[in-house]
Design a protein around this ligand. Structure first.
Ligand code: NAD
Ligand code: TDX
Length: 332
């Protein structure tokens, strides 16, 4: 049986991945390791928490003693590493926790993985490590684009990518790095643009749009990200980087207007506010390398955003509990 350690599995993407893998592979053991920061929430695992192939471990990836002894005891086969501080605005307010978790925490996991001869270490990274593109729609990030991060968040992710590559080159640790575009879908924490907009429009609250709203993001449904990581875990060529994206570029104002229209609300909810410091203009992924490996996204933006809006309408308790902090009372 394959033992897979998923870090950050109480967060948005890691949480969807844990549900996806636990259901798809009953013969694998899925260990969800998370320190339950403000972004971690276990209610998303209600449907799998009693399954025999799922286990939650409350641990901080920067706690090297606990991580080393866990790896020695459990003898994991694979590590899929999502755990991170992930919000760009938060990194602008306080960069140091981003360095601690994203850089030092990744180093602890890498050290433990080398010591315990892990079969494959998948490092889940982001397109933001490449910096920004201009508005020419023919330009895309490829795996060869030089790393050129602009925010403390993306700089910390780029640093961790470099460490992962160094452990591969120096110690021969089998690794893959995936660099995905902006995700959206169920269980997306309501600090990020899409869930923030959906929840505010449902509550008839103003939606803050940074600057002129013309910045472009390339949106990928979280289920398509999960299937991409599943493929890389099983078929990725050792040492390779794979970009993940589905060519769904939208300006922020387009995204916000689409959500407002779908919810039959009015554009007067839009409030243009001061721009984000160092706001990257445009991200866009060329996913050819991953598609050659056999990946195909299931959603385009139209189908994905409808599914996501419906999910937020049907799961108001989840995000209302997040907004009030009630989710912290849920214990396995
Ligand atoms: P998230 O903020 O929703 O979840 C992060 C999880 O990590 C939380 O459950 C949190 O409790 C946990 N965590 C934080 N610090 C920890 C620590 N020290 N020890 C253990 N657990 C800790 O993030 P997300 O949006 O799900 O992103 C997951 C990963 O994917 C991140 O590495 C992020 O950089 C990457 N990524 C995200 C996106 C996106 O659009 N959200 C796109 C590309 C890549
Ligand atoms: O209230 C808002 N108003 C607004 O205009 C917020 C929260 C965001 N924005 C803009 C900023 C960005 O151009 O919307 C865009 C998307 O913002 P976020 O949802 O904060 O995502 P982004 O900064 O693009 O980063 C996300 O994608 C890449 C994730 O948070 C990262 O973890 C991931 O690596």
């Amino acid at each position: 049986m394959n033992k897979i350690l998923v870090t950050g599995g109480a967060g948005f993407i890691g949480g969807n991945f844990v549900n996806y893998m636990t259901n798809k592979y009953p013969n694998y053991s899925i260990y969800n390791l998370d320190s339950l920061t403000y972004a971690g929430d276990l209610t998303k695992h209600k449907s799998i928490e009693d399954k025999p192939n799922y286990k939650f471990i409350n641990m901080d990836i920067t706690d090297s003693n606990s991580i080393f002894s866990l790896f020695e005891t459990e003898k994991f086969d694979y590590v899929v590493h999502f755990a991170a501080e992930s919000h760009v605005d938060k990194s602008i307010e306080d960069p140091s926790i981003f360095v601690k978790t994203n850089v030092m925490g990744t180093n602890v996991l890498l050290e433990a993985s080398v010591k315990n001869s892990i079969t494959k270490f998948i490092h889940v990274s982001t397109d933001e490590v490449y910096g920004e593109l201009d508005f020419d729609p023919q330009t895309f990030f490829t795996e060869e684009t030089p790393l050129n991060p602009n925010s403390p968040y993306s700089a910390s992710k780029a640093s961790s990518d470099m460490l992962v590559k160094a452990y591969h080159e120096t110690y021969g640790l089998p690794i893959n790095i995936t660099r995905c575009s902006n995700n959206y879908g169920p269980f997306h924490f309501p600090e990020k643009l899409i869930p923030l907009t959906i929840s505010r429009v449902i509550n008839k609250e103003k939606v803050p749009v940074y600057g002129n709203g013309e910045n472009v993001r390339d949106w990928l449904h979280v289920e398509d990200h999960c299937s991409a990581i599943d493929l890389v875990l099983h078929n990725g060529v050792d040492g390779e980087v794979y970009n993940v994206g589905g060519h769904n570029e939208k300006t922020n104002i387009e995204v916000v207007r689409t959500i407002i229209r779908t919810l039959n609300a009015n554009d007067n909810l839009i409030e243009f506010v001061q721009d984000r410091l160092g706001h990257d203009k445009r991200y866009a992924i060329n996913p050819d390398k991953l598609m050659k490996l056999g990946w195909e996204p299931k959603y385009n933006f139209d189908t994905g955003i409808k599914q996501t809006i419906n999910w937020y309408i049907s799961n108001k308790d989840w995000w209302k509990n997040i907004k009030t902090g009630e989710y912290r009372n849920y214990i396995l």
